[in-house]
Design a protein around this ligand. Structure first.
Ligand SMILES: C[S@@+](CC[C@H](N)C(=O)[O-])C[C@H]1O[C@@H](n2cnc3c(N)ncnc32)[C@H](O)[C@@H]1O
Length: 248
């Protein structure tokens, strides 16, 4: 039988899958299309709990701190940091996302063009779940842009899905369709459980990212992983967050 709009949304075991039939699933297949799922992103409470709630305490007292949220999406985290007293600015490749973020934190806090972002200025530059959706060349560009925006003693936090779990088929956040090796840069498909949408994501080994940061003039201070839990007898940390500083 041929089903219309049939999607694999889970695994029963290594030979049997769970299909969802007859429901058109939203999908994000390139870096410029994230606006399609902006409403879903705004409602992601599990991601918030596992990622944002680990990142925010790392920043310490935010009163008066100048923060750039690079690839801010609809501005959920930007707003949370503003409420904690930070002076938050956002940049995103998508004008629609910037409109959404601007509605939350003020249009005067939005950079529509990367050339408008001031150099040597921010106490913190954060970049969440962006490097994993852009190609190798763009990862290098973003790392350089972040370095330029950071002031001398500033700190960078860059986070995305933990590459070490690339062989995991299911996490609390998603179903993952990946048969490639850890060492190889490659794209794979995920279905997000919250919001039920498909995305294509880049996997790259952690050492690859470290080389890019170094080339951009950023020194690795720490690798932080979000808290471990067990699912299907597998130990999982969903995200990695790199803490970086200017390499002087
Ligand atoms: C998965 S969302 C993450 C949003 C937000 N940082 C968060 O943690 O929820 C990815 C965001 O990166 C933006 N983006 C994609 N490519 C980009 C690029 N090259 N430069 C800046 N932003 C980019 C997308 O428009 C989207 O808003």
């Amino acid at each position: 039988m041929i089903y219309e709009n049939a999607h694999i949304i889970g695994f029963l075991n290594k030979d049997e899958v769970i299909l969802e039939v007859g429901i058109k699933m939203k999908g994000v297949f390139d870096q410029k299309s994230w606006i399609v799922v902006s409403k879903e992103l705004e409602k992601e409470s599990l991601k918030l709990a596992s990622y944002d709630n680990v990142l925010i305490p790392l920043l310490g007292n935010l009163k008066g701190k100048k923060i750039l949220d690079y690839g801010a999406g609809p501005g959920v985290l930007a707003l949370a940091m503003k409420k904690l007293g930070a002076k938050v600015k956002v940049y995103d490749i998508s004008p629609d996302m910037l409109r959404k973020a601007g509605a939350k934190i003020g249009n005067e806090n939005v950079y529509e063009d990367i050339k408008d972002v001031p150099e040597d200025y921010f106490d913190f530059v954060i970049c969440n779940l962006v490097l994993c959706i852009v190609n190798d060349k763009e990862v290098e560009n973003i790392a350089k842009n972040i370095k330029k925006a950071l002031k001398n003693e500033g700190v960078v936090y860059i986070g995305f899905c933990n590459p070490k779990i690339c062989d995991v088929k299911e996490s609390q956040l998603d179903f993952r369709f990946n048969n490639e090796k850890y060492e190889k840069n490659h794209v794979y498909k995920k279905i997000k459980k919250e919001g039920r949408y498909e995305i294509l994501e880049w996997h790259r080994p952690i050492d690859w990212y470290k080389k890019v940061y170094k080339k951009a003039g950023l020194k690795l201070i720490k690798e932080i992983f979000t808290p471990e839990y067990t699912l299907n007898k597998v130990k999982i940390n969903d995200f990695i967050i790199f803490e970086l500083k200017d390499e002087k």
